[in-house]
Design a protein. Sequence first.
Length: 253
Amino acid sequence: MRGLRDRGVLISGGTSGIGLATAERFIEEGSRVYVSGLDEGEVSAAVAVLAQRGTVAGQACDVSAEADVRRLVDAAEQALGGIDVLINNAGTARRVRFLDIAVADWDRIMAVNLRGMFLVAQAVSRRMAERGRGVIVNMSSVNALAGEEDYAPYNASKGGVLQLTRTMASELGRQGIRVNALCPGFIHTPLNDAISAQLGADEFEVAYAERIPLRRVGRADEVAAAYAFLASDDASFIHGAALVVDGGQLAAM
Protein backbone atom coordinates (compact mmCIF):
# COMPACT_ATOMS: atom_id res chain seq x y z
CA MET A 1 0.00 0.00 0.00
CA ARG A 2 1.17 3.54 -0.67
CA GLY A 3 2.85 5.61 2.00
CA LEU A 4 3.76 2.99 4.60
CA ARG A 5 7.43 2.38 3.75
CA ASP A 6 9.78 3.87 6.36
CA ARG A 7 6.87 5.04 8.51
CA GLY A 8 7.25 4.77 12.29
CA VAL A 9 4.33 2.70 13.63
CA LEU A 10 3.43 2.23 17.30
CA ILE A 11 1.11 -0.72 17.96
CA SER A 12 -0.36 -1.01 21.45
CA GLY A 13 -1.43 -4.55 22.21
CA GLY A 14 0.91 -5.64 19.44
CA THR A 15 2.25 -8.89 20.88
CA SER A 16 -0.53 -11.38 20.12
CA GLY A 17 -3.63 -11.93 18.02
CA ILE A 18 -4.67 -9.04 15.80
CA GLY A 19 -1.91 -6.80 17.14
CA LEU A 20 0.85 -9.26 16.28
CA ALA A 21 -0.62 -9.90 12.82
CA THR A 22 -0.73 -6.14 12.34
CA ALA A 23 2.91 -5.75 13.32
CA GLU A 24 3.78 -8.43 10.77
CA ARG A 25 1.77 -6.62 8.08
CA PHE A 26 3.40 -3.24 8.68
CA ILE A 27 6.84 -4.82 8.62
CA GLU A 28 5.93 -6.41 5.27
CA GLU A 29 4.97 -2.92 4.06
CA GLY A 30 8.43 -1.65 5.00
CA SER A 31 7.43 0.23 8.16
CA ARG A 32 9.49 0.50 11.34
CA VAL A 33 7.46 -0.95 14.20
CA TYR A 34 7.32 -0.55 17.98
CA VAL A 35 5.00 -2.88 19.92
CA SER A 36 3.67 -2.92 23.45
CA GLY A 37 1.91 -5.55 25.52
CA LEU A 38 1.01 -6.10 29.14
CA ASP A 39 3.38 -9.03 29.70
CA GLU A 40 7.12 -8.38 29.42
CA GLY A 41 7.90 -11.96 28.42
CA GLU A 42 5.32 -11.84 25.66
CA VAL A 43 6.79 -8.58 24.37
CA SER A 44 10.28 -10.08 24.25
CA ALA A 45 9.01 -13.17 22.44
CA ALA A 46 7.09 -11.12 19.88
CA VAL A 47 10.02 -8.80 19.21
CA ALA A 48 12.34 -11.78 18.74
CA VAL A 49 10.02 -13.26 16.10
CA LEU A 50 9.28 -9.95 14.35
CA ALA A 51 12.94 -8.89 14.29
CA GLN A 52 13.63 -11.70 11.82
CA ARG A 53 11.45 -9.83 9.31
CA GLY A 54 12.30 -6.18 9.82
CA THR A 55 12.96 -3.26 12.15
CA VAL A 56 11.11 -3.69 15.44
CA ALA A 57 11.41 -2.97 19.15
CA GLY A 58 8.99 -2.92 22.06
CA GLN A 59 8.30 -2.79 25.77
CA ALA A 60 5.72 -3.80 28.36
CA CYS A 61 2.99 -1.29 29.12
CA ASP A 62 -0.28 -1.20 31.05
CA VAL A 63 -2.20 1.25 28.87
CA SER A 64 -4.53 2.12 31.75
CA ALA A 65 -1.57 3.55 33.72
CA GLU A 66 -0.66 7.11 32.73
CA ALA A 67 3.00 6.81 33.75
CA ASP A 68 3.37 3.60 31.73
CA VAL A 69 1.88 5.30 28.68
CA ARG A 70 4.24 8.27 28.99
CA ARG A 71 7.23 5.90 29.09
CA LEU A 72 5.89 3.95 26.12
CA VAL A 73 5.38 6.99 23.92
CA ASP A 74 8.75 8.49 24.85
CA ALA A 75 10.52 5.22 24.05
CA ALA A 76 8.62 4.69 20.80
CA GLU A 77 9.34 8.23 19.64
CA GLN A 78 13.05 7.73 20.26
CA ALA A 79 13.23 4.27 18.69
CA LEU A 80 11.19 5.20 15.61
CA GLY A 81 12.48 8.72 15.12
CA GLY A 82 8.88 9.90 15.54
CA ILE A 83 5.51 8.14 15.53
CA ASP A 84 3.82 8.51 12.14
CA VAL A 85 1.08 5.95 12.77
CA LEU A 86 -0.62 4.82 15.98
CA ILE A 87 -2.45 1.50 15.89
CA ASN A 88 -4.37 1.82 19.16
CA ASN A 89 -5.13 -1.85 19.56
CA ALA A 90 -4.83 -2.88 23.24
CA GLY A 91 -7.99 -4.34 24.71
CA THR A 92 -9.56 -7.01 26.86
CA ALA A 93 -12.90 -8.79 27.28
CA ARG A 94 -14.71 -11.12 29.62
CA ARG A 95 -17.87 -13.08 29.03
CA VAL A 96 -20.31 -12.66 31.92
CA ARG A 97 -24.06 -12.15 32.31
CA PHE A 98 -25.16 -8.60 33.07
CA LEU A 99 -26.64 -9.55 36.44
CA ASP A 100 -23.38 -11.23 37.47
CA ILE A 101 -20.89 -8.50 36.51
CA ALA A 102 -18.54 -7.59 39.34
CA VAL A 103 -17.70 -3.91 39.65
CA ALA A 104 -13.99 -4.75 39.60
CA ASP A 105 -14.40 -6.52 36.25
CA TRP A 106 -16.40 -3.60 34.83
CA ASP A 107 -13.74 -1.14 35.97
CA ARG A 108 -10.83 -3.17 34.55
CA ILE A 109 -12.41 -3.56 31.11
CA MET A 110 -13.22 0.15 31.00
CA ALA A 111 -9.71 1.01 32.22
CA VAL A 112 -8.02 -0.94 29.43
CA ASN A 113 -10.48 -0.52 26.54
CA LEU A 114 -11.52 3.10 27.00
CA ARG A 115 -9.21 4.89 29.44
CA GLY A 116 -6.21 3.16 27.85
CA MET A 117 -7.38 4.08 24.36
CA PHE A 118 -7.68 7.72 25.45
CA LEU A 119 -4.34 7.86 27.26
CA VAL A 120 -2.33 6.42 24.38
CA ALA A 121 -4.18 8.45 21.75
CA GLN A 122 -3.75 11.73 23.62
CA ALA A 123 -0.05 11.21 24.34
CA VAL A 124 0.68 10.33 20.71
CA SER A 125 -1.60 13.05 19.31
CA ARG A 126 0.32 15.72 21.18
CA ARG A 127 3.54 14.63 19.43
CA MET A 128 1.80 14.40 16.06
CA ALA A 129 0.26 17.86 16.48
CA GLU A 130 3.73 19.33 16.95
CA ARG A 131 4.72 17.91 13.56
CA GLY A 132 1.38 18.70 11.91
CA ARG A 133 0.73 15.18 10.63
CA GLY A 134 -0.08 11.64 11.68
CA VAL A 135 -2.56 8.78 11.47
CA ILE A 136 -4.40 7.08 14.32
CA VAL A 137 -6.56 3.98 14.03
CA ASN A 138 -8.49 2.97 17.16
CA MET A 139 -9.76 -0.55 17.77
CA SER A 140 -13.50 -0.58 18.29
CA SER A 141 -15.81 -3.50 17.45
CA VAL A 142 -19.11 -4.45 15.87
CA ASN A 143 -20.15 -4.61 19.55
CA ALA A 144 -20.09 -0.80 19.43
CA LEU A 145 -22.83 -0.95 16.82
CA ALA A 146 -25.00 -3.74 18.20
CA GLY A 147 -25.29 -5.21 21.69
CA GLU A 148 -24.19 -8.80 22.31
CA GLU A 149 -25.48 -10.56 25.38
CA ASP A 150 -23.02 -11.43 28.16
CA TYR A 151 -20.60 -8.65 27.12
CA ALA A 152 -22.05 -5.48 28.66
CA PRO A 153 -18.73 -3.90 29.82
CA TYR A 154 -17.02 -4.74 26.53
CA ASN A 155 -19.95 -3.43 24.48
CA ALA A 156 -20.06 -0.19 26.47
CA SER A 157 -16.30 0.33 26.25
CA LYS A 158 -16.24 -0.20 22.49
CA GLY A 159 -19.17 2.17 22.01
CA GLY A 160 -17.13 4.71 23.92
CA VAL A 161 -14.15 4.11 21.64
CA LEU A 162 -16.31 4.84 18.61
CA GLN A 163 -17.49 8.16 20.03
CA LEU A 164 -13.95 9.00 21.16
CA THR A 165 -12.77 8.37 17.60
CA ARG A 166 -15.40 10.67 16.12
CA THR A 167 -14.55 13.44 18.58
CA MET A 168 -10.83 13.06 17.94
CA ALA A 169 -11.48 13.27 14.20
CA SER A 170 -13.52 16.44 14.65
CA GLU A 171 -10.75 18.13 16.64
CA LEU A 172 -7.52 16.71 15.26
CA GLY A 173 -8.13 16.93 11.53
CA ARG A 174 -7.15 20.59 11.60
CA GLN A 175 -3.85 19.50 13.16
CA GLY A 176 -3.12 17.25 10.19
CA ILE A 177 -3.98 14.09 12.12
CA ARG A 178 -6.27 11.57 10.44
CA VAL A 179 -8.32 9.40 12.84
CA ASN A 180 -10.48 6.35 12.16
CA ALA A 181 -11.72 3.21 13.90
CA LEU A 182 -11.92 -0.45 13.03
CA CYS A 183 -14.98 -2.52 13.97
CA PRO A 184 -14.12 -6.21 13.59
CA GLY A 185 -16.65 -8.96 14.05
CA PHE A 186 -15.82 -12.48 15.21
CA ILE A 187 -12.08 -13.02 14.68
CA HIS A 188 -9.88 -15.94 15.71
CA THR A 189 -7.54 -14.55 18.40
CA PRO A 190 -6.07 -16.07 21.58
CA LEU A 191 -8.52 -13.97 23.63
CA ASN A 192 -11.58 -15.05 21.65
CA ASP A 193 -10.40 -18.64 21.46
CA ALA A 194 -10.04 -18.73 25.26
CA ILE A 195 -13.59 -17.43 25.62
CA SER A 196 -14.87 -19.91 23.03
CA ALA A 197 -13.29 -22.78 24.96
CA GLN A 198 -16.15 -22.36 27.43
CA LEU A 199 -18.51 -23.47 24.64
CA GLY A 200 -16.17 -25.89 22.91
CA ALA A 201 -14.16 -24.75 19.91
CA ASP A 202 -16.28 -26.57 17.31
CA GLU A 203 -19.53 -25.31 18.82
CA PHE A 204 -18.16 -21.77 18.83
CA GLU A 205 -17.11 -21.98 15.19
CA VAL A 206 -20.47 -23.33 14.06
CA ALA A 207 -22.54 -20.99 16.24
CA TYR A 208 -20.85 -17.83 15.05
CA ALA A 209 -20.36 -18.90 11.44
CA GLU A 210 -24.11 -19.35 11.15
CA ARG A 211 -24.53 -15.66 11.96
CA ILE A 212 -21.98 -14.54 9.34
CA PRO A 213 -23.01 -14.50 5.65
CA LEU A 214 -19.50 -15.55 4.56
CA ARG A 215 -19.99 -18.60 6.79
CA ARG A 216 -16.73 -18.43 8.68
CA VAL A 217 -15.01 -16.60 11.52
CA GLY A 218 -12.47 -13.96 10.47
CA ARG A 219 -8.68 -14.13 10.63
CA ALA A 220 -6.32 -11.75 12.39
CA ASP A 221 -4.44 -11.03 9.17
CA GLU A 222 -7.69 -9.80 7.57
CA VAL A 223 -8.06 -7.18 10.30
CA ALA A 224 -4.36 -6.32 9.97
CA ALA A 225 -4.95 -5.59 6.28
CA ALA A 226 -7.71 -3.16 7.20
CA TYR A 227 -5.42 -1.44 9.72
CA ALA A 228 -2.76 -1.07 7.02
CA PHE A 229 -5.26 0.33 4.54
CA LEU A 230 -6.58 2.99 6.92
CA ALA A 231 -3.01 3.99 7.82
CA SER A 232 -1.91 4.22 4.19
CA ASP A 233 -2.06 7.06 1.70
CA ASP A 234 -4.72 5.04 -0.13
CA ALA A 235 -7.09 6.15 2.66
CA SER A 236 -5.95 9.78 2.65
CA PHE A 237 -9.50 11.23 2.61
CA ILE A 238 -11.05 8.73 5.03
CA HIS A 239 -11.44 10.47 8.38
CA GLY A 240 -13.77 9.92 11.34
CA ALA A 241 -14.99 6.63 9.87
CA ALA A 242 -15.68 3.22 11.38
CA LEU A 243 -14.62 0.44 9.02
CA VAL A 244 -16.55 -2.76 9.70
CA VAL A 245 -14.65 -6.03 9.09
CA ASP A 246 -17.18 -8.73 9.91
CA GLY A 247 -17.92 -10.96 6.92
CA GLY A 248 -21.35 -9.36 6.59
CA GLN A 249 -22.51 -10.11 10.13
CA LEU A 250 -24.15 -6.73 10.72
CA ALA A 251 -25.74 -6.77 7.26
CA ALA A 252 -27.78 -9.90 8.05
CA MET A 253 -30.99 -9.87 10.04
